[in-house]
Design a protein around this ligand. Structure first.
Ligand code: BGC
Length: 765
C-alpha cells in the first residue's frame, strides 16, 4: 500500500527524502487503483464533488441519523466525511446511512480534533514538547489513537506543528515551540504514534493530519488568523521542516492554514499545495481546508464564493471543511471552464484512496466496536501513563534554597484561582475530555499526601479583576465561580488562611482558554489581581512555591526575581493534579526543558534563541552599548532561555571532545561530553547539541539545535554522551532554496540549555 511505502522511506532514509527517491507504485497500489477506477466510473460529477465535502456533524440525535439534515445529504452522496461527532452509536448510525442508503454506498471518514489525547488527556502540546522524550510523545499519540479509534474516530486533525516565536499568539499552546529541528522530531513521533508503524492501518490506528500548512504560527502581532509575510529562506529554514518531517513520516493528510503566505491565502496557494507539498516533497495523501477556509478567502479579498472555491481547487485542495464552497459552486465552474474534470477527479481519488487505505471499503464499521469503546477508553492504565508523562512536561524554573521538593508533613497552604479548577486542567483543545473526572491540584495534593500533611485551600483571587475578561477566558464551560467580593477582601482572607502554614503553594497564571485558538493576548504577564495576591503571600515571609499554569511563555521577570521556587506546569491533562503533586513532593524529579524562550517583557517579542547575529551585535556580557543592536530599557537576555529547566539533581558538563576537527563529505565526526549527576538524587537530563555555521552564502543563526538526548543518571553517576555529526546536519536552504552544506568553519556547543554550553570548533572540508 502507498502508506507502507512512505513509511518505509521515512525509516530507512535520512531525514531528508527528496521526491525523486519516492518509490513507484507497487501491487497493492495497483489493486487500489483498479478498485477506485471502477468506482469512479460509476460516480456522477455530483457524487464526486460530494466526496470533497466535510460538514460538521450538526445535531445528530441517536436513532434519527437517517432523517437528520445531514442524513439527507449523506443519502444524496453529498458528504465525504464528518467531524467532531462522538460515540460509536452515533458514528455507526450515520455510517449506516452512507453505506446502506446512498446510491454508491461509499463509507464516510470520521475526523476529530484529537489533539493531546482523547478522553485520557495528556499535556497541551507545548507542554508535551518540553519532555523532549520522543518515545513518550509517540506513546501519547498511540494512546489517543487507541481511545479515539475505539470510539469510532478514524482521522485526527493532529499533529499541529506550527513553529511560533510570538507568545502573544494563543495557539503557541498547540504547537511544539520555536525550534524547527525539535518540531520535526516531534512531528515524526506523533505521526508514527497515530498511524502505527506497520504501514497499514490496524483498527487502533488513525490517520493523522498535519496542520496548519503553512506558517500559521508567524501571524503578525501574534493576532490569530493574521497575515504572515516573510522571506522564502525564512520560510524554508525556520517554519517548513516540521510539516516536511510529517510528510516524510507518511502522514495521510494535511490541513491548509487560515493565513496568507506571500499575499495568497494558504487555502488558495498553488505554491504551497502543489509546488512544494506534492512536487517537492512528494506528498501523496489529501489536503483538507481548515474550518471554512475557502469561504474566508472572500473576506481576504480573493473574490466571491465561486471564485475562491475554484482557486482552492486549482491550488490543490481536496476537501472543503464546513463551508460547502466546493459543493455549491464547482459544477458551475466546471461548465464555465474554470476548473477541470481532471482536477476534481484527482481530489475525489485522493479522498477515496484515504478511505481505502484506512480499510473502510472492506469494513465501514472497522472502527465501530461497542465492546472496544467500553473497554479501551479512559482506562486506569492510560490514565496512569498520562500522569507519568505529564510529570515529565513540567519545567522547574527556579528552586532557591532547595525549597522543593516539599515534605509530606505539616500544613501546606494552597492558594490561587487555578488551585481548585479541575475543568481547566486538560487545557485548550480537549474536545473529548471528561472534565468532570479531571484532577485538580487540590485533589491531587490531598490524594498524594493522604493523612501525612494538612492542605488548607483558599482561592485568594479571581482569575482577573475584569469580569468580562474572566468570562472570555472561561469559555467552553470552564467556569471559575467568580467571587463577587472586593479583590482586597479575597486576598485578606487568603493571607489569614495561610497564617499557620509551613509553606505556601500559589497556583496562578492563565486559565485553559487564555491560550488556544483565538486567544491572543497583548499582555503576557500573570493578571494583575493574581500578582497582587502573590505579593501579599510573599509578604507573609513564608516560603512560596509558584505553580504556574500557562499555555504560552509568560513575562515573569518580577516573579523570577522575587519568588523562591517556580514550577511551570502548562496544562497537564486529565491527571494534572496528581502529576503536579508527584513533582512537588519529589516522587518524580522534574526533567522538562523549555521549548520556547521566556521574555523579560512583551517588548522583546519576537525573541528566540536561534536568531541572527546582525552587523552590530552586542558585546559579550554587555547589556547596552550605543549603536549596537539592543534596547535602552531592557537587556537582550530572556528570563529563561530555550532548552532551560532545572532538576532536583545537579548536572555538571565536562568539556566537549571531537573525534576530529575536520569533517569530510560522506563522513561523520563524533562530539562527546561527560555529564555527571553531582547530587544525591537520580534524575533525567536533556543534553542538547547546537551548531553555528560561521560563514555562509546567507546569514546563519547564532545557534541551531541539531541533536539532543534525554539521559538518566543515578546520584553521583557520570555518562559519556555522544553525538554523530554528518554533512546532513549542516545543511540549510540557500537563497536558491537548495538544501546545501557549505564548507568552512563551524562551532559546536553542548549543554543543558541553549545558553549555558561548552564549545568546540571544526571545519567542513
Ligand atoms: C482549527 C483547526 C481545527 C478545526 C476543526 C479550526 O478552527 O483552526 O485546528 O482542526 O477548527 O475543528
Amino acid at each position: 500500500m502507498r502508506q507502507t511505502l512512505l513509511l518505509l522511506v521515512a525509516f530507512t532514509a535520512s531525514h531528508f527524502v527528496s521526491a525523486q527517491n519516492l518509490p513507484v507504485a507497487k501491487p497493492a497500489d495497483a489493486k487500489m487503483k483498479t478498485f477506485i477506477d471502477a468506482l469512479m466510473k460509476k460516480m456522477t460529477m455530483e457524487e464526486k464533488i460530494g466526496q470533497l465535502n466535510l460538514p460538521g456533524s450538526g445535531d445528530i440525535v441517536t436513532g434519527q441519523a437517517s432523517n437528520s439534515d445531514i442524513g439527507k445529504k449523506i443519502k444524496e452522496g453529498k458528504v465525504g466525511g464528518l467531524f467532531n461527532i462522538k460515540t460509536v452509536a452515533k458514528i455507526k448510525a450515520v455510517q449506516k446511512v452512507a453505506v446502506e442508503e446512498s446510491r454508491l454506498k461509499i463509507p464516510m471518514i470520521f475526523g476529530m480534533d484529537v489533539i493531546h489525547g482523547y478522553e485520557t488527556v495528556f499535556p497541551i502540546p507545548l507542554g508535551l514538547s518540553c519532555t523532549w522524550d520522543m518515545k513518550a510523545i509517540e506513546r501519547t499519540a498511540q494512546i489517543a489513537a487507541q481511545e479515539a479509534s475505539a470510539d469510532g474516530i478514524n482521522w485526527t486533525f493532529s499533529p499541529m506543528v506550527d513553529i511560533a516565536r510570538d507568545p502573544r499568539w494563543g495557539r503557541i499552546a498547540e504547537g511544539n515551540g520555536e525550534d524547527p529541528y525539535l518540531g520535526g522530531e516531534i512531528a515524526r513521533a506523533m505521526v508514527k504514534g497515530y498511524q502505527g508503524t506497520t504501514g497499514s492501518y490496524k483498527n487502533n490506528n488513525i490517520m493523522a493530519c498535519v496542520k496548519h500548512y503553512a506558517m500559521y504560527g508567524a501571524a503578525e502581532a501574534g493576532r490569530d488568523y493574521n497575515t504572515t509575510d516573510m522571506s522564502r529562506v525564512g520560510m524554508f529554514n525556520n517554519y517548513m521542516l516540521p510539516y516536511k518531517a510529517a510528510v516524510e513520516a507518511g502522514v495521510g493528510s494535511v490541513m491548509a492554514s487560515f493565513n496568507e503566505v506571500d499575499g495568497i491565502p494558504a487555502t488558495g496557494s498553488k505554491f504551497l499545495m502543489t509546488d512544494v507539498l506534492r512536487k517537492q516533497w512528494g506528498f501523496k495523501g489529501f489536503v483538507v481546508t481548515d474550518y471554512t477556509g475557502i469561504n474566508e478567502m472572500e473576506a481576504h479579498g480573493m473574490g466571491d464564493l465561486q471564485q475562491v472555491s475554484g482557486l482552492a481547487m486549482r491550488a490543490g485542495i481536496d476537501m472543503d471543511m464546513v463551508g460547502e464552497g466546493f459543493l455549491t459552486t464547482l459544477q458551475k465552474s466546471l461548465k464555465e471552464g474554470k476548473v477541470t474534470v481532471a482536477q476534481i477527479d484527482a481530489a475525489c481519488r485522493r479522498i477515496l484512496e484515504a478511505k481505502y487505505t484506512l480499510g473502510l471499503f472492506d469494513d465501514p464499521y472497522k472502527y465501530c466496536s461497542e465492546e472496544r469503546a467500553a473497554k479501551e477508553v479512559f482506562t486506569d492504565a492510560n490514565r496512569a501513563e498520562a500522569r507519568q508523562i505529564a510529570a515529565q512536561s513540567f519545567v522547574l524554573l527556579k528552586n532557591q534554597g532547595g525549597i522543593l521538593p516539599l515534605q509530606k508533613k505539616g500544613t501546606i497552604a494552597l492558594v490561587g484561582p487555578l488551585a481548585d479548577a479541575k475543568e481547566n486542567m486538560p487545557g485548550t483543545w480537549a474536545v473529548a475530555a471528561r472534565f468532570d473526572k479531571a484532577i485538580s491540584l487540590f485533589e491531587g495534593l490531598r490524594t498524594v499526601v493522604g493523612d501525612k500533611a494538612t492542605i488548607v485551600y483558599t482561592k485568594g483571587s479571581n482569575l482577573d479583576a475584569d469580569a468580562k475578561f474572566e468570562e472570555r477566558a472561561g469559555m467552553f464551560g470552564k467556569d471559575f465561580k467568580r467571587d463577587m467580593r472586593p479583590a482586597q477582601e479575597i486576598i485578606d482572607e487568603a493571607v489569614n488562611a495561610v497564617k499557620n502554614a509551613d509553606v505556601i503553594v500559589a497556583a496562578l497564571g492563565e486559565s485553559a482558554e487564555m491560550s488556544g485558538e483565538s486567544s491572543s493576548r497583548s499582555n503576557i504577564e500573570i493578571p494583575q489581581v493574581q500578582k497582587d495576591l502573590l505579593a501579599a503571600l510573599l509578604k507573609t515571609g513564608k516560603p512560596v512555591v509558584l505553580v504556574l499554569f500557562t499555555g504560552r511563555p509568560l513575562a515573569i521577570k518580577s516573579e523570577s526575581e522575587n519568588v523562591p521556587a517556580i514550577l511551570n506546569v502548562w496544562f497537564g491533562g486529565s491527571e494534572a493534579g496528581y502529576a503536579i503533586a508527584d513533582v512537588l513532593f519529589g516522587d518524580v524529579n522534574p526533567s522538562g526543558k523549555l521549548t520556547t524562550t521566556f521574555p523579560q517583557n512583551i517588548g522583546q517579542v519576537p525573541i528566540y534563541y536561534n536568531h541572527k547575529n546582525t552587523g552590530r551585535p552586542l558585546g559579550e556580557g554587555k547589556w547596552f552599548e550605543k549603536f549596537r543592536s539592543n534596547y535602552l530599557d531592557v537587556s537582550n537576555d530572556p528570563v529563561y532561555p530555550f532548552g532551560f529547566g532545572l532538576s532536583y539533581s545537579d548536572f555538571y558538563y565536562g568539556s566537549v571532545k571531537l573525534s576530529s576537527n575536520t569533517l569530510k563529505a560522506g563522513g561523520t565526526i563524533t562530539a562527546s561530553v561527560v555529564v555527571t549527576n553531582n547530587s544525591r538524587v537520580s534524575g533525567k537530563e536533556v543534553v542538547q547539541l547546537y551548531l553555528r555555521d560561521m560563514v555562509g552564502s546567507i546569514t546563519r543563526p547564532v545557534k541551531e539545535l541539531k541533536g539532543f538526548q534525554k539521559i538518566e543518571l543515578k546520584a553521583g553517576e557520570s555518562k559519556t554522551v555522544e553525538f554523530k555529526i554528518s554533512v546532513n546536519d549542516l545543511k540549510f536552504y540557500n537563497s536558491d532554496l537548495k538544501f546545501v552544506a557549505e564548507p568552512g568553519d563551524f562551532k559546536l556547543f553542548i549543554g543543558g540549555n541553549s545558553r549555558d554550553v561548552k564549545e568546540a570548533t571544526f571545519k567542513l572540508l
